[in-house]
Design a protein around this ligand. Structure first.
Ligand SMILES: *Cc1c(COP(=O)(O)O)cnc(C)c1O
Length: 351
């Protein structure tokens, strides 16, 4: 059966207005990869799967929400979309707007956007504006401007973003046959955790697929939901979740509570070691933010707070490693240079 993108695949389950005109890049339908090496490394005895969202068309899960938001905007007659972004939303909005023939404007916090994301937004033809401030400042600006002008906001406060993003939960249940015991994922502006929980609840109502416990994970330097108050100057190497005032923070806390899960924080070191571990043990390279859910899982297992024995766990890896190559190349040892002679090469390889 041919796959025509997630709006078409899950049409009957998505609450989108009838004026919606589908704009798709065949997003979604991403692989759920069993990660036995990593599971063994963490003590074993449980099943671990990676929902590899970096394989979406623009390299992050944002495409799930963007196909819905841009399709609705186009059908409504919008001509311009705008978003604030730490990078991935910008690239995604720009790509879907391009395909729909709409203009896109993206506001990014100055100097804190990974090169692969900025390059995407530029390549897809967005008007890119840097704000001399944080992501939270940029979000406040786009809310104000869309209140005043007929420009469509496509951040995850747009409800159609959540409709599109909940399809990831449907896909997981479709592959596994039911919901996993635990789902772990990074939490930034908290749209994705909100969408997953909505998706699992909806699927459970119609298909009795059960509900996972949700482990939401923030970076320690940007952990408003763990601290219980906004963070004025969020700092973390995981730039995609460098957010101090999550727009859907209340819903994230509710998802954690209703699912009998929790929201925790991990250090940048834990995030970077997990990024490396996942790449070297499983061949899955994700950007730092995307390793945060797994870093949190590891933290809970190693500190004895979670027993995973016999459980089935899904870790959502939200974006591709190629989005942020500098995080790897900036400290790497330069590859050695040898003369193009067999004896020299043998010497280097065989010692
Ligand atoms: C947007 C993003 C997140 C955070 O998702 P929220 O919905 O803002 O919580 C995590 N990882 C990556 C790679 C992202 O692009």
């Amino acid at each position: 059966m041919s796959y025509n993108g997630l709006l078409s695949h899950y049409q009957s389950l998505l609450d989108l207005p009838s004026h919606t005109r589908p704009v798709s890049l065949l997003e979604g339908n991403t692989p759920l990869i069993k990660a036995d090496n990593l599971s063994r490394h963490l003590g074993g005895g449980f099943e671990l799967f990676i929902k590899y969202e970096g394989l979406n068309p623009t390299g992050s899960f944002k495409d799930r929400g963007m196909t819905a938001a841009v399709s609705e905007a186009l059908g409504r007659g919008a001509t311009t979309v705008i978003c604030a972004s730490t990078g991935n939303t910008a690239a995604s909005a720009a790509a879907y707007a391009a395909r729909a023939g709409l203009k896109s404007i993206v506001l990014i916090p100055q100097g804190k956007v990974a090169v692969g994301k900025l390059a995407g937004a530029v390549a897809y033809g967005a008007q890119v504006i840097q704000i001399d401030g944080s992501f939270d400042d940029a979000l406040s600006m786009v809310v104000q401007i869309t209140d005043k002008h007929p420009i469509c906001l496509v951040n995850s406060i747009n409800p159609y973003r959540i409709e599109g993003q909940k399809t990831a939960a449907f896909e997981i249940c479709d592959v596994l046959g039911n919901a996993p015991d635990w789902l772990c994922l990074p939490v930034g502006n908290a749209g994705n955790i909100t969408a997953y929980w909505a998706g699992f609840k909806q699927y459970h109502e119609i298909k009795s697929t059960g509900l996972p416990q949700i482990l939401g994970v923030q970076a320690a330097g940007a952990a408003p939901l763990v601290l219980g108050h906004p963070v004025e100057k969020p700092e973390t190497v995981a730039t995609a979740i460098r957010i101090g005032k999550p727009a859907r923070g209340e819903q994230a806390l509710q998802a954690a509570e209703e699912s009998k899960g929790r929201i925790i924080a991990v250090s940048d070191d834990e995030i970077l070691s997990m990024q490396k571990l996942l790449a070297t043990l499983e061949g899955i390279w994700v950007e730092p933010a995307s390793a945060t859910g797994l870093a949190g899982l590891t933290h809970e297992i190693e500190s004895g707070k979670l027993k995973m024995s016999g459980k089935r766990v899904v870790a959502v890896c939200t974006g591709h490693g190629m989005k942020d190559p500098e995080i790897i190349t900036k400290d790497m040892a330069k590859p050695i240079i040898v003369q193009p002679k067999l004896e020299v090469l043998e010497d280097v390889i065989l010692g």
